[in-house]
Design a protein around this ligand. Structure first.
Ligand code: SAM
Length: 479
């Protein structure tokens, strides 16, 4: 193997330690200081093999991506990409064209549950080799988690390099590796860029597998490449409802409601200044006002504990928000014409339009004609997450693609708003065991399942809307 060139190594340093370059010159002293600091600072996640795993990210790849014309669909016009191969090499090869170009990553890696019955391998424990090394402790941290951590670490480092500055990553996980993944992501993405551990309700009918608790949720860890001040968008409130403008915890304030803008049910006549309100909320009318035909025809100047400032009130009236002072208690309320998307709650369930594993499995069974894939994620989950900080022209990446749920999510987002989002999905050609239904239905590798779903989506969506580019370039990773 030829050693990596100096230029290649300098580029890697620049991406990871930009602070040690001044006018494009490497400050070696500064770099050594940082390495010394990192070596002393061993309080984070540590396991045998961590250094080797990190190096994996920086060694150049010996593989190539070869376009498979036969399996590609509308490949000339499409920028969607499917890569059949190991994501470690694929992520390295993507650096050349996609470095800092990916808007969002969603991954759903194997959780290291130890199960050997899934269509994909989910057992990363290494108790046998640990027994050889350390007879007494086959359940050591290394034996249970080391392989999984070494698998994830370089892939997350490479994934981060692909993200745009306003990029975002979501990682699905359950409690087998949640704690370790959090520490690893704090290290790779920076604790300061941590956003949330979302809890996703994966099941409405959880199995009774434990004597201690029924597992209803899983987690989605979220980090931004560079945490910014932009608000995340959840869902829009769709039924307009009336909200009170008074709030006990706010300070007393004066608001002037303009004439002929505020509706009411009070009968026509003059309303003299004075004290109104309820036992709970005191409201003072500072000047006489008048009601005619269901509207206040004079300004209403009120003193009370309001949620809004004068400028917010003026802006809302400009936006068409309906303001009412319905009764003689003079307690104002408002009803917005259109609500902004709310910041998403950290519980993800049907209330925000997201399905469960059960629904996703049922839909995939119908699509592929059998129980072909274990625990697929619902596209509604991925659409919802991508919607937090979306770019209708962005590139969306999933490097543990499985059955291809992320590709479906991206295409459905485009179908909804005529966007031009592109997907890149990577899936290992992992062999399928002969005892599984997927095998009896003719699938030999998991990448064949992904390919089947992408092809079906292509035919379905092209019929629904010819503007949607549901084609893809099919690449194979070859040594
Ligand atoms: C939990 S599944 C993902 C399921 C997917 N989110 C879905 O809804 O269908 C994890 C997938 O990652 C794949 N995988 C595991 N190691 C991989 C690797 N090194 N490169 C690419 N894919 C890999 C497995 O074959 C499996 O299909």
């Amino acid at each position: 193997m030829t050693p990596p060139s100096i230029e290649y190594l300098l580029n890697i340093l620049k991406k990871n330690y930009p602070q040690v370059f001044l006018n494009n010159e490497l400050d070696l002293g500064k770099l050594i200081q940082i390495f010394e600091y990192e070596n002393q600072n061993k309080s984070g996640l540590v396991w045998n093999g961590k250094v080797a795993a990190k190096n994996q990210a920086y060694l150049p790849s010996n593989s190539k991506l070869i376009l498979n014309e036969e399996k590609s669909l509308d490949s000339e016009s499409s920028e969607n990409i499917f890569i059949e191969g190991d994501n470690l090499d694929a992520l390295k090869l993507l650096q050349k064209h996609y470095s800092e170009r990916i808007k969002a990553i969603y991954i759903d890696p194997p959780y290291n549950t130890g199960s050997e019955s899934f269509v994909y391998s989910d057992k990363f424990t290494n108790q046998k080799s640990s027994q050889k090394l350390n007879q007494k402790n086959p359940n050591s941290f290394e034996a249970l988690h080391g392989n999984w951590l070494s698998m994830m670490y370089p892939r997350l480092i490479l994934g981060r390099m692909l993200l745009r500055q306003d990029g975002i990553i979501f990682v699905s996980i359950d409690d087998h590796e949640l704690a370790n993944l959090k520490l690893m992501m704090d290290e790779v993405f920076g604790e300061e860029n941590y956003i949330e551990i979302f809890s996703w309700v994966k099941s409405e009918t959880p199995a009774n597998l434990s004597r201690k608790s029924k597992k209803v949720t899983e987690y989605v860890l979220c980090y931004q490449k560079q945490k910014n001040k932009t608000k995340f968008k959840g869902i829009k409130k769709n039924s307009p409802s009336s909200n009170g403008l008074l709030n006990q915890s706010n300070a007393v304030n004066i608001l002037t409601f303009p004439k002929n803008k505020v509706s009411t049910k009070i009968t026509d006549g003059i309303i003299p200044k004075g004290d109104y309100g309820t036992d709970k909320y005191s409201v003072k009318l500072l000047e006489d006002t008048e009601v005619k035909n269901g509207y206040f025809t004079k300004e209403v100047i009120l003193q009370a504990k309001f949620k809004w400032t004068q400028s917010k009130l003026d802006q809302e009236i400009k936006n068409g928000t309906l303001i009412q002072i319905p009764t003689i208690k003079l307690s104002p309320s408002y009803e917005k014409l259109a609500y902004d998307e709310e910041v998403p709650p950290n519980l993800i369930n049907h209330k925000v339009g997201v399905d469960t594993n059960e629904t996703a499995s049922k839909e995939l069974r119908e699509m592929l004609g059998g129980k072909i894939f274990d625990f697929p994620k619902p596209p509604s989950l991925i659409k919802y997450l991508f919607g937090f900080s979306d770019d209708p022209e962005g590139i969306y990446l999933d490097f543990f693609a499985g059955s291809g749920a992320t590709a479906q999510a991206v295409l459905e987002m485009n179908l909804k708003d005529q966007g031009q989002r592109k997907y890149i999905c990577i899936q290992l050609p992992e062999e399928i065991k002969p005892n599984l239904e997927a095998f009896t239905k003719g699938f030999r590798k998991i990448s064949e399942i992904t390919f089947k779903r992408l092809s079906l989506l292509h035919s379905k969506l092209s019929v629904l809307n010819s503007e949607i580019n549901a084609g893809f370039k099919y690449f194979e990773l070859k040594d």
